[in-house]
Ligand binder design. Structure first.
Ligand SMILES: NC(=O)c1ccc[n+]([C@@H]2O[C@H](COP(=O)([O-])OP(=O)(O)OC[C@H]3O[C@@H](n4cnc5c(N)ncnc54)[C@H](O)[C@@H]3O)[C@@H](O)[C@H]2O)c1
Length: 362
């Protein structure tokens, strides 16, 4: 086998974009499409000279595919992925991998029964040069001990017209959350990919603060990590202009990723040493400002599709596995749980309890 025959399930905004990407990617061939809206499936089938299916199960039993790319609204990710594993198919699932942790656990359990199959998640921003670089700097210890991390990610501005564009959008029943489930999953994933999972979370989520929607459109979450540093994660779909600023305070200064640049204001000596030993009451350590170069790569979907095919064909390690995908869902769920129940959450989150809370909201 030198190419992966893939079928896309869900032919909306993402599904159609993925058709084009697959067309430009080696070792993957689109062989079937599926959408329960017949006209969409027929249109894409004709355009791409492949067969149309109107249910995921028909597609899975067709014998025409080795793998599925799931691009439906989030709630369908779980049942479709479980059926795909049972049908002996590899799975590449759109983010968020599931609406809540209990569903992600079910997918992982189904996958564990078929370890020969690959289970990947479309978390393409992990392949972006900026974030790869920041992760490398943190992992290598080059920045010194971390004191605090702040991520303000408010450039997800969405209008009421956007929310009105699909009946599933921004409802507990259709989406299971708002900005945390739809817009910010990439940054939630990077937050834990770079800094690890927090041990404690206290969050405040505003439901429908800016829009006429049921779910959260603004979030402020305070996190504590086992290494002793704290983190703040702020996101919103109602502010303009928005900000995307990741600030990391360490014992050797401040690293900021903003406006497509990584700037490190590096102190000439350890901040904690200076603070303890200097004779001056108000001086701060001298700094030198360094712009940190990256490989310039953009975090595009194609990188994940290529990696998925490479993992199936050659056993290459996945950039983002199903298990990796569960972490950002657990963060999103924990932020919501903390806010809705007015409690501090200790991780790991009790997935059954969160599922109960969500059920009540639905
Ligand atoms: N990775 C990214 O950067 C990124 C960007 C945008 C959206 N997404 C994700 O992609 C997914 C889809 O989002 P979208 O904006 O394309 O949605 P959309 O509403 O535009 O399209 C969804 C399509 O799925 C079809 N569908 C729904 N249930 C189905 C089922 N059971 N079987 C077959 N078809 C079904 C619908 O008819 C629709 O055509 C979401 O989970 C979203 O979070 C990811």
């Amino acid at each position: 086998m030198n190419e992966v025959r893939i079928g896309i399930i869900g032919l909306g905004t993402m599904g159609i974009e993925h058709i084009e990407t697959i067309g430009n990617t080696d070792h993957v061939r689109l062989t079937a499409v599926c959408d329960y809206q017949k006209s969409l499936a027929d249109e894409q089938a004709e355009k791409n000279s492949v067969k149309a299916y109107y249910t995921a199960n028909e597609l899975m039993n067709s014998g025409e595919i080795d793998a599925v790319l799931i691009a439906t609204p989030h709630y369908y990710h779980t049942p479709i992925a479980i059926d795909a594993f049972e049908a002996g198919l590899h799975v590449l699932c759109e983010k968020p991998v599931a609406v809540h942790k209990a569903d992600a656990e079910k997918m992982i359990e189904a996958h564990e029964k078929h370890p020969e199959l690959k289970f990947a998640v479309m978390l393409q921003v992990r392949t972006d040069g900026y974030y790869k670089k920041i992760k490398h700097l943190i992992d290598s210890g080059e920045l010194g001990k971390i004191y605090r991390v702040n991520w303000i990610i408010t450039n997800w501005f969405r209008t009421q017209t956007y929310y009105n564009s699909g009946t599933w959008r921004a409802t507990w029943k259709g989406e299971g959350g708002g900005v945390l489930l739809n817009q910010a999953p990439h940054q939630l994933d990077l937050f834990q990919w770079i800094f690890g999972m927090p041990t404690k979370i206290r969050a405040y989520c505003s439901l429908g603060k800016y829009h006429d929607i049921e779910v959260e459109d603004e979030v402020t979450a305070y996190c504590e990590f086992k290494e002793g540093f704290s983190g703040l994660f702020i996101t919103s779909t109602g502010e303009a202009p928005g900000t995307n600023r990741l600030e990391i305070m360490t014992d050797r200064g401040r690293l900021v990723s903003e406006n497509g640049k990584i700037i490190f204001d590096q102190t000439e000596e350890s901040v904690s040493e200076f603070l303890k030993t200097t004779k001056s009451a108000f001086d701060a350590p001298a700094i030198k400002t360094i712009e940190i170069p990256t490989d310039g790569k953009v975090g595009i979907h194609q990188n994940i599709i290529e990696n998925f095919a490479d993992a199936i064909l050659n056993g290459t390690e996945l950039i983002a596995s199903g298990e990796d995908g569960m972490n950002s869902v657990e963060l999103a769920n924990s932020f919501l749980y903390s806010s809705l129940e007015d409690v501090t959450v200790e991780l790991p989150l009790n997935s059954a309890k969160f599922a109960q809370t969500l059920n009540k909201l639905m």
